[in-house]
Ligand binder design. Structure first.
Ligand code: 5AD
Ligand code: FES
Length: 347
């Protein structure tokens, strides 16, 4: 086990069979050793810096019906909302004052926001804050649309692949959605020049060790600039309401493996991790994560952007989360910085 961790650390590479062995034979002790190695790598590149991204959840309308997600279109209990152009810019104003230099616009696949609307929002944010990065996370679009977003000034795009195994993908999504089109989107985003993020949920229904191994092999091959992984958390108004939540320790293990595979990757300790464990985000950073994505959405809509149950930080003001996270990071010897925190190939 230790040999495999050392090999991964030294070669920044892992074979599928080696990964499966590590995943299946993890112990508390082997995890500890792995986390240390991952932390050593992240510290050597980022020091004790943690980047923050202001997450603006601007619409919970969604045309899709993913079985795991609380804002799926069939969920009649979701109270739908949209933020308009100026609401979004107001979030950025507050965010900028709080030290954010990246804004993430995330939403369901909501066709109300056509290309022109999104591009206008992106252009206005970039005009007002020329020292900030804009990340979009609004799902699957055509190559042409992605290109328009990029030309309007968007810097990054997050689109989790959700699972790299075709059979698993079709157990998580209705038949209108396919792994093939997901992957096509990811390759298009990268080709256009976005800093591109993929990712998956840990412990999603029907996930096997084999599917996790496929995720890791895909990530190794695709070389994303960002990877979003967090535990699956069941949502009461979805077909997966009776499934168990994902495991924190497996999530931390995977964060470390990804850090060792892709040393420069931008790797968030997700809100889902913080939801299942009150110190989840700290644990994530100590396992090699280097990004936090606190909520910048207006307080009155936060509870409505409910992808999973019991999400944290839905009642707090942005400023409160900001102070809280700074303290939390300071407690473990890390510091939140006022930087864009772009992907750096050469680091
Ligand atoms: N639990 C955890 N993560 C979820 N997501 C959606 N629903 C859930 C859930 N129930 C994740 C998906 C999506 C991202 C925005 O949130 O991976 O890509
Ligand atoms: Fe939101 Fe701590 S980060 S309250």
């Amino acid at each position: 086990m230790r040999e495999l961790t050392d090999k991964l650390y030294e070669t920044r590479n892992i074979e599928k069979s080696e990964f499966l062995y590590m995943l299946e034979n993890r112990t508390e002790e082997s995890d500890k050793y792995l986390f240390e190695k991952a932390r050593k790598v992240s510290t050597s590149i980022f020091g004790n810096k943690v980047y923050i991204r202001g997450l603006i959840e601007f619409t919970n309308y969604c045309r899709n019906n993913c079985y795991y997600c609380g804002i799926r279109c069939d969920n009649m209990n979701a109270q739908r909302y949209r933020l308009e152009h100026d609401d979004i810019l107001n979030c950025c104003d507050l965010g900028y004052k709080l030290g954010f230099r990246t804004f993430v616009l995330q939403g369901g696949e909501d066709l109300y926001y056509d290309d022109e609307k999104i591009c206008n929002i992106v252009r206005d944010i970039k005009k007002r804050y020329n020292d900030c990065a804009v990340t979009l996370s609004i799902g699957e679009k055509s190559f042409e649309t992605y290109l328009k977003y990029y030309q309007a000034g968007a810097d990054r795009y997050l689109l989790r692949h959700e699972t790299a195994e075709k059979s698993h993908y079709s157990l998580l999504h209705p038949k209108q959605m396919s792994l093939e089109s997901r992957m096509e989107c990811l390759y298009n985003l990268k080709k256009i020049g976005f800093q591109t993020g993929c990712g998956f949920m840990v412990g999603s229904p029907y996930q096997t060790n084999e599917s996790i191994a496929e995720d890791i092999m895909f990530i190794k091959d695709f070389k994303p600039h960002m990877v979003g992984i967090g535990p699956f958390i069941s949502h009461k108004d979805t077909p997966f309401n009776n499934f168990e939540n994902g495991n924190i320790n497996v999530t931390l293990f995977l964060l470390s493996v990804i850090r060792l595979l892709l040393p420069n990757v931008l790797l968030p300790a997700t809100t889902a991790l913080g939801t299942l464990d009150s110190n989840g985000r700290e644990k994530g950073v100590l396992a090699g994560a280097n990004v936090l994505m606190p909520n910048l959405s207006p307080v009155n809509v936060r509870k409505k952007y409910s992808l999973y149950d019991n999400k944290i930080c839905t009642g707090e003001e942005a400023a409160e989360c900001n102070i809280c996270l700074r303290k939390r990071m300071k407690n473990i010897g890390y510091e939140i910085v006022e930087e864009r925190g772009d992907y750096n190939e050469k680091a």
